[in-house]
Design a protein around this ligand. Sequence first.
Ligand SMILES: CC(C)(COP(=O)(O)OP(=O)(O)OC[C@H]1O[C@@H](n2cnc3c(N)ncnc32)[C@H](O)[C@@H]1OP(=O)(O)O)[C@@H](O)C(=O)NCCC(=O)NCCS
Length: 190
Amino acid sequence: MKRFQVTEATVSDLDDIVRVLLEGCRAAYGILNCTKKDLGVEVLIADMATRKPAYFLERLSDPGVKFFVHRTPEGVVNGFIEAGFRPDGSGQLYAWHLSPELHRTGVARTLMRTALEYFGDVAVHSNTTIGTKAYGAHRNLGFTPIGMAGPTPPPMVAAGLVGWQQNMIMNREVRAALLARWDRLDAPSA
Ligand SMILES: CC(C)(COP(=O)(O)OP(=O)(O)OC[C@H]1O[C@@H](n2cnc3c(N)ncnc32)[C@H](O)[C@@H]1OP(=O)(O)O)[C@@H](O)C(=O)NCCC(=O)NCCS
């Protein structure tokens, strides 16, 4: 049983998904060191605001990509997770974002749980920036680093936000154990 209701997004959710993404990135990357005066997270957000609507329109229109979303009682998206499959059949997470007022409420767990259940019994890949809360959350859930960390993408570097981006993997056994733990925690009598 899930504690929160999660549904699939449609193209009509585009604006809300971009808004939640930008809120998430502001919260996540605002804590990174900024190496250049007069630049920083707001420069990045302004740049993303010009590019991300077209990018997410394409993603939302792609039948191979799933967006699982949480909504306000009025139906406005306030959190999402973006998931797809790699050619080898393993899962790939592309984004996991929640409006800041919902952090640590368990909504993010329900989003992650829905994506992990959607993938089935396969390993799951993700990628996140070392030092962010999301990195701590990934580690806590059982994702482990895979390969060397790389520099943050060019738009972040251009905004002076320098950090390290890490590919991560959750193996099948860890996924199964995590879902079993969440089943117990989210059971009605728990
Ligand atoms: C990443 C994000 C969605 C997590 O949301 P959240 O509300 O903090 O997550 P929840 O409280 O539902 O916790 C989900 C799990 O992650 C763990 N977790 C969350 N934040 C954590 C942290 N800072 N350190 C360690 N573990 C953490 C929790 O322990 C929880 O596992 P549990 O339920 O088994 O205990 C949220 O912080 C966010 O939107 N961040 C900004 C955007 C971002 O960086 N997205 C990721 C890009 S890959």
